[in-house]
Design a protein around this ligand. Structure first.
Ligand SMILES: O=C(O)CC1=CCC(=O)O1
Length: 259
């Protein structure tokens, strides 16, 4: 996979699929996954878009420098990638942590965006103590100490029983994540409160929520929708990783909105 080197020396891994002359679409992964989390959407999206996926700092094949990271740093990473690829404006879709990066871009770099999708995410995800507890646990014991609890929040019990292979693919992404990178990103979430800035988002925005999402519950999606003028809201019958659990409905909502 190609790499770019960012302004602070961190190498970021990315991949491009789809026609070179199609409109660019950037996809941003959740905490503890990598660009592979978007596999269920790729066949459809690559027919319409030049899809740019990247492993966020601390994840996948990107570097995992010592943290703490900030949401601003994670947002600047995207702008650095776009600059390196010589792309000024993109459509941008992020899920969970990727959606937090999407909010940061909408607030601070709206001129670089055509459309924004905020999936299963929140502007604030406190309390800080619970993030600190998770960070301490992963720093001491590694990713295996949190993986099964995360899986329980990310998928409904029915989906875990019906689609064990799909769940396993995500489990392996979690277990393969560099603990230092995971902890660095947890700090960015711990220290984040983008609620006061949400009304500054003026880019056409779609909010996607999961009716059974215990990590970013439906109220979080409602809050984003209510704070971003003119935004659309789609609720899917899923837990947190709605792009995997309701892959077809998620893809359809995305294609419908991005067109
Ligand atoms: O891991 C979780 O509990 C949920 C989550 C927060 C940010 C993210 O990407 O996933």
């Amino acid at each position: 996979m190609p790499l770019i080197t960012l302004d602070d020396g961190c190498n970021l891994s990315y991949r491009i699929d789809g026609p070179a002359d199609a409109p660019p679409l950037v996809l941003s992964n959740s905490l503890g996954t990598a660009m592979a989390m978007w596999e269920p959407q790729m066949a459809a999206l690559a027919q319409h878009y030049r899809v740019i996926r990247y492993d966020s700092r601390g994840h996948g094949a990107s570097d995992a420098p010592a943290g703490p990271y900030t949401m601003e740093r994670l947002g600047q990473d995207v702008l650095g990638l776009m600059d390196e690829l010589d792309i000024y404006r993109v459509r941008f879709c992020g899920l969970s942590k990727g959606g937090m990066v999407a909010q940061w871009l909408g607030i601070n770099a709206g001129q670089r965006l055509d459309r924004l999708v905020l999936a299963n995410t929140a502007a604030y995800m406190g309390p800080a103590e619970s993030w600190q507890g998770r960070m301490d646990l992963v720093a001491a014991q590694g990713m295996a100490a949190v993986t099964e609890a995360v899986i329980q929040r990310w998928f409904t019990p029915g989906f875990v029983a019906a689609q064990p292979d799909a769940v396993d693919r995500v489990r392996w992404l979690l277990l393969a994540t560099e603990p230092q990178g995971y902890v660095g990103c947890c700090a960015a979430i711990r220290d984040m409160d983008q609620r006061p800035q949400l009304p500054a988002i003026a880019v056409p925005t779609l909010v996607i929520g999961g009716t059974q999402d215990p990590a970013t519950p439906p109220e979080k999606a409602q809050e984003l929708h209510a704070s971003i003028k003119g935004s659309n809201l789609v609720m899917l019958d899923a837990a947190h990783l709605s792009n995997v659990e309701q892959a077809d409905a998620f893809t359809a909502a995305l294609i419908d909105f991005l067109a």
